[in-house]
Design a protein around this ligand. Structure first.
Ligand SMILES: Nc1ncnc2c1ncn2[C@@H]1O[C@H](COP(=O)(O)OP(=O)(O)O)[C@@H](O)[C@H]1O
Ligand SMILES: [Mg+2]
Length: 367
């Protein structure tokens, strides 16, 4: 005990001197709102050192003080590196002085060891707390960004659905009159071309539907065969299939029944198969799309596979985001709408891709 008291006396007498040395060498930024506190904290640290010399301080107490200081450091927006530098500087200034005291190295050794432990623990707790606070702040920011992202999506949905209606109504009228013209003048040229183009336009516009929940409500639901949906869809895309020279293998068995909105499910198939056709344009030969349907434990699965280029692993989630497109004339809305429709039917859609092939899998509750 005598050695300890002797050391404390010695340190107390020289306190001003090494506080001055320490202050001259510490790293401290001008905009630190706790600038004045840094010196106060230095003194506090010295108090801890004093107490620790008499009796090693418990971990809890060290943690308490370290946490308080870490919080201040976050508020002052200070680099944690500077802070740790200052603490360690304090340690070395102090240790330098201690070796100048009259204590024998035998007496000094255990005291230094215990002080080292104090400083190490203090730094450990301060950095841990600092990181934790910073991490929580970051999480908060991320969730704020996610929230605004969701809000934007919903505004986008409302906008696109009203804009779609503006286009749809006249389009429906034109399509109706073209149908009448065809009936009355079966020989008239170009009507089939006009009709086909209008259908394509209609399809493009419908891609923007369903982004809003409103569009999904209010449409009749029914029970239907998946293979019927396929047949509707294939009629529609036939010209592209021929044009791009794609081989389509249909392995959807009869008896796969779904309950929901047939039009929407047709649109999902259409979007995915159209995407596959686009992708297949990038390969030279044996362009193939295969559709496989199966039933598993009350679920219906549809796999749509094409042997086109690989979608990089890190893009597999991104392709479902609105406006992500790699095509010159793409909208980037197709897969986003597919996902919305499938989710609204209480199902899931996912994608796997390798050098060999890319597969989109849709899972829906089976009837
Ligand atoms: N079968 C596929 N093979 C390769 N890439 C695909 C496939 N389907 C979709 N993609 C990628 O996902 C992107 C987004 O698709 P989508 O949402 O339908 O928008 P768009 O077709 O307008 O680009 C495409 O631009 C393409 O890069
Ligand atoms: Mg698409």
């Amino acid at each position: 005990m005598i050695a300890q008291n002797q050391l404390i006396d010695y340190l107390d007498q020289n306190l001003d001197e090494y506080l001055t040395i320490w202050k001259q060498r510490i790293r401290i930024s001008d905009d630190d709102i706790y600038k004045d506190k840094v010196v106060a904290n230095g003194k506090l640290m010295y108090e801890l050192v004093r107490r620790n010399i008499v009796e090693p301080i418990g971990d809890e107490k060290i943690a308490e003080l370290a946490k308080k200081v870490a919080k201040q450091r976050v508020e002052a927006n200070i680099n944690i590196g500077d802070f740790i530098y200052n603490v360690n500087l304090g340690r070395s200034v102090l240790f330098n002085h201690m070796t100048n005291s009259d204590l024998s190295s035998n007496d000094l050794q255990p005291i230094l060891e215990s002080l080292n432990e104090l400083f190490d623990k203090f730094a450990y707790h301060a950095v841990t707390e600092y990181t934790k606070i910073k991490h929580d702040e970051l999480q908060e920011k991320i969730s704020y960004i996610d929230e605004t992202h969701q809000e934007k999506l919903s505004i986008l949905g409302q906008m696109s659905s009203s804009f779609v209606h503006e286009f749809r109504n006249p389009l429906t009228a034109i399509m109706g009159f073209v149908a009448i013209l065809r009936k009355e003048n079966p020989e008239m040229k170009y009507l089939d071309v006009i009709d086909h183009e209008l259908k394509q336009l209609n399809f493009r516009i419908s891609q923007f539907l369903h982004v809003s929940k409103k569009e999904i409500d209010g449409v009749e639901e029914e029970e239907f065969e998946l293979s019927d949906v396929f047949n509707d869809m294939i009629d529609f895309i036939y010209p592209s299939v021929v044009d791009v020279d794609v081989h389509i293998l249909n392995n959807i068995p009869k008896g796969l029944r779904i309950f929901g909105q047939k039009d929407k499910i047709r649109q999902v198939l259409l979007n995915i198969v159209m995407n596959s056709i686009d992708a297949l344009k990038e390969i030279k030969k044996n362009r193939t799309i295969e559709l496989i349907g199966e039933k598993k434990k009350g679920e219906m699965m549809l796999h749509i596979t094409n042997n086109g280029p690989v979608i990089p692993e890190k893009k597999l989630d991104t392709i479902f985001e609105p406006f992500y497109t790699t095509k010159e004339l793409g909208t980037g809305i197709g897969l986003y709408v597919c996902q919305k429709i499938i989710q609204n039917h209480k199902g899931q859609i996912s994608c796997k891709s390798s050098e060999k092939e890319t597969t989109f899998t849709i899972t829906l509750p089976a009837v």
